[in-house]
Design a binder for this molecule. Structure first.
Ligand code: ZN
Length: 135
Protein backbone atom coordinates (compact mmCIF):
# COMPACT_ATOMS: atom_id res chain seq x y z
CA UNK A 1 0.00 0.00 0.00
CA UNK A 2 2.36 2.76 1.29
CA UNK A 3 3.99 3.74 4.57
CA UNK A 4 1.36 6.34 5.49
CA UNK A 5 -1.44 3.78 5.57
CA UNK A 6 -1.13 0.10 6.39
CA UNK A 7 -3.74 -2.61 6.62
CA UNK A 8 -4.10 -4.20 10.04
CA UNK A 9 -6.53 -6.61 11.70
CA UNK A 10 -8.50 -3.56 12.84
CA UNK A 11 -8.52 -2.05 9.35
CA UNK A 12 -6.76 0.85 7.68
CA UNK A 13 -4.14 2.29 10.04
CA UNK A 14 -2.00 5.42 9.88
CA UNK A 15 1.03 4.72 12.10
CA UNK A 16 2.36 8.29 11.86
CA UNK A 17 -0.98 9.68 12.98
CA UNK A 18 -1.77 6.98 15.52
CA UNK A 19 -5.27 6.40 14.17
CA UNK A 20 -7.41 4.02 12.14
CA UNK A 21 -9.93 4.98 9.48
CA UNK A 22 -13.36 3.34 9.75
CA UNK A 23 -11.88 0.53 11.89
CA UNK A 24 -13.48 -2.90 11.96
CA UNK A 25 -12.89 -3.25 15.70
CA UNK A 26 -12.30 -0.99 18.67
CA UNK A 27 -9.13 1.13 18.48
CA UNK A 28 -7.65 4.04 20.41
CA UNK A 29 -8.51 6.72 17.84
CA UNK A 30 -10.92 6.24 14.94
CA UNK A 31 -11.40 8.67 12.06
CA UNK A 32 -14.81 8.06 10.51
CA UNK A 33 -15.74 8.80 6.90
CA UNK A 34 -19.49 8.56 7.54
CA UNK A 35 -22.14 7.09 9.79
CA UNK A 36 -23.17 3.98 7.86
CA UNK A 37 -22.87 0.80 9.92
CA UNK A 38 -20.04 -0.65 7.84
CA UNK A 39 -17.91 2.44 8.56
CA UNK A 40 -18.88 3.67 12.04
CA UNK A 41 -18.64 0.93 14.63
CA UNK A 42 -18.82 1.01 18.41
CA UNK A 43 -15.87 0.18 20.63
CA UNK A 44 -13.23 2.80 19.92
CA UNK A 45 -11.91 5.12 22.64
CA UNK A 46 -12.30 8.31 20.56
CA UNK A 47 -13.78 9.30 17.21
CA UNK A 48 -13.06 12.15 14.82
CA UNK A 49 -15.42 12.96 11.96
CA UNK A 50 -16.93 15.79 9.91
CA UNK A 51 -19.19 17.94 12.06
CA UNK A 52 -22.18 17.67 9.73
CA UNK A 53 -22.35 13.94 10.43
CA UNK A 54 -22.41 14.29 14.20
CA UNK A 55 -26.18 13.74 14.63
CA UNK A 56 -25.99 10.51 12.62
CA UNK A 57 -22.91 9.32 14.51
CA UNK A 58 -24.64 10.08 17.83
CA UNK A 59 -27.50 7.85 16.69
CA UNK A 60 -25.15 5.12 15.45
CA UNK A 61 -22.62 4.95 18.30
CA UNK A 62 -23.15 4.35 22.02
CA UNK A 63 -24.42 7.35 24.01
CA UNK A 64 -21.11 7.66 25.87
CA UNK A 65 -18.92 7.63 22.74
CA UNK A 66 -16.31 10.41 22.64
CA UNK A 67 -16.80 12.10 19.28
CA UNK A 68 -14.79 15.11 18.15
CA UNK A 69 -15.49 16.88 14.88
CA UNK A 70 -13.92 19.14 12.29
CA UNK A 71 -15.60 21.39 9.76
CA UNK A 72 -15.11 20.46 6.12
CA UNK A 73 -11.66 21.65 5.07
CA UNK A 74 -10.47 22.37 8.61
CA UNK A 75 -7.06 20.87 9.29
CA UNK A 76 -5.88 19.27 12.49
CA UNK A 77 -2.49 17.89 13.44
CA UNK A 78 -2.95 14.30 14.60
CA UNK A 79 0.33 12.69 15.62
CA UNK A 80 2.77 13.51 12.81
CA UNK A 81 0.18 14.07 10.07
CA UNK A 82 -2.32 16.76 9.11
CA UNK A 83 -5.86 15.53 8.57
CA UNK A 84 -8.93 17.19 7.12
CA UNK A 85 -12.37 16.06 6.00
CA UNK A 86 -13.86 16.94 2.61
CA UNK A 87 -17.36 16.37 1.24
CA UNK A 88 -17.99 12.96 -0.33
CA UNK A 89 -21.60 13.52 -1.45
CA UNK A 90 -22.63 10.12 -0.10
CA UNK A 91 -24.79 10.86 2.97
CA UNK A 92 -25.13 13.72 5.42
CA UNK A 93 -21.68 14.43 6.86
CA UNK A 94 -19.87 11.96 4.62
CA UNK A 95 -16.25 12.79 4.01
CA UNK A 96 -13.11 11.93 2.18
CA UNK A 97 -10.18 12.11 4.54
CA UNK A 98 -7.05 13.93 3.46
CA UNK A 99 -3.82 12.94 5.18
CA UNK A 100 -0.74 15.09 4.72
CA UNK A 101 2.58 13.64 5.77
CA UNK A 102 6.03 15.01 4.96
CA UNK A 103 4.95 16.68 1.72
CA UNK A 104 2.84 13.75 0.56
CA UNK A 105 -0.95 13.73 0.42
CA UNK A 106 -3.07 10.60 0.70
CA UNK A 107 -6.84 10.73 0.33
CA UNK A 108 -9.10 8.00 1.66
CA UNK A 109 -12.33 8.37 -0.25
CA UNK A 110 -14.66 6.17 1.79
CA UNK A 111 -18.02 5.85 0.03
CA UNK A 112 -18.95 8.68 -2.30
CA UNK A 113 -21.69 9.61 -4.72
CA UNK A 114 -21.32 11.34 -8.07
CA UNK A 115 -24.93 12.49 -8.51
CA UNK A 116 -26.14 15.57 -6.62
CA UNK A 117 -27.94 14.77 -3.36
CA UNK A 118 -29.95 17.47 -1.58
CA UNK A 119 -29.19 15.85 1.79
CA UNK A 120 -25.45 16.54 1.68
CA UNK A 121 -22.67 18.58 0.18
CA UNK A 122 -21.54 17.51 -3.26
CA UNK A 123 -18.28 15.60 -3.51
CA UNK A 124 -15.25 17.75 -4.14
CA UNK A 125 -12.62 16.59 -6.59
CA UNK A 126 -9.73 18.96 -6.57
CA UNK A 127 -8.83 19.46 -2.93
CA UNK A 128 -5.91 17.02 -2.96
CA UNK A 129 -4.21 18.82 -5.84
CA UNK A 130 -4.86 22.21 -4.27
CA UNK A 131 -3.72 21.02 -0.88
CA UNK A 132 -0.54 19.58 -2.36
CA UNK A 133 0.29 22.94 -3.89
CA UNK A 134 -0.11 24.53 -0.48
CA UNK A 135 2.25 22.06 1.18
ZN1 ZN B 1 -21.94 4.31 3.05
Amino acid sequence: MNDVLVLTEAGLHCPAGGFHIDPWQGVDRALITHAHADHARAGSRTYLAADRGLPLLRARLPADATIDTLRYGERRRVGDVDVSFHPAGHVLGSAQIRIGHRGRVIVVSGDYKLAPDPSCWRRVWNFARVSSQEA
